[in-house]
Design a protein around this ligand. Sequence first.
Ligand code: BGC
Length: 347
Amino acid sequence: MPDQRVVQLYTVTNANGLKMDVTNYGAIIVRLYVPDRDGKLDDIVLGFDEFSGYTPDSPYLGAVVGRYGNRIADGKFTLDGKTYTLAKNNTPNGVPVHLHGGEVGFDKVLWNAEPVSKDGIHGVKLSYTAKDGEEGYPGNVTVTVHYWLTNENELKITYAATTDKATPLNVTQHTYFNLSGAGVGTILDHEVTLDASHFTPTDKGLIPTGEIAPVEGTPFDFRKPHKIGARIDADHEQLKLGGGYDHNWVLDKKKPGELSRAAVVYEAKTGRQIEVFTTEPGIQFYAGNFLDGTIKGKQGRIYLYRGGLCLETQHFPDSPNQPNFPSTILRPGKTYESTTIYRFSTR
Ligand code: BGC
């Protein structure tokens, strides 16, 4: 790193030949090799071969984002009577807002990392302590993320966090997947299912209006599988604001906090499929609409407009300013816990 600290890269494998490379810079998943239906391994996540690719303008490729993933309106929130001011580091449709924890969020810091193994399963444990006042947020917060590669071909991610002052917290994983292989075309032919009968529409700044709207009868209804490209440019106000899909879906859950299926993504040519399970109440399905074909990634491949998609399991955007959304406030003495599983298979 510019300050001479050394960045590490860990390689994790499972019993079936899946392989994942993880760096402690930003807790970034750099490479993830999974088989297609003929058993051919390909790296299906966007990223860079060199550390220098992960510049401050990298759009969060592979990283953990926080302290608050996604947006906070006007870079401000009030908690226990005190107003906190955050960086407005993003301007969707010209509106300045706070995004993914600010100028130097969890994606741009060096985490402590160590290899972990349990019952023949391997992984990496990463932890980071954000200081009281860091990026404007209150409280010293310690976050621990475990990445496991199970023998059921799952990337299992667990998050835990504690704080010494009340603070908003919403951490998620920002990997861009392309099931044809990183840098191979767009994701428009990928078929998506989302287990959500509602979503949170946004205003111009991509901040939720507060409404929990039904997806029924809209291009946001993915309760049955649809190709992403089929409706992404439909004449719908929300698609215009997002430049395509870039929204939070409200997951249908029997019990809040249960680990349940959130999404399925399938690519017919390779047969690759991801099933996503999470304890979180929402998922940001982002279709890579802000990728503009200028990023040269691994092996010199260009990452096209809509060349990758994110499935960010999360609490809803702007929750600190939205009293009717599930709370994202972590208080001293409590432990934040969250689990997300990406299960890879073929059909
Ligand atoms: C957001 C997008 C944003 C992207 C940053 C996603 O989580 O939903 O609006 O552009 O992160 O690369």
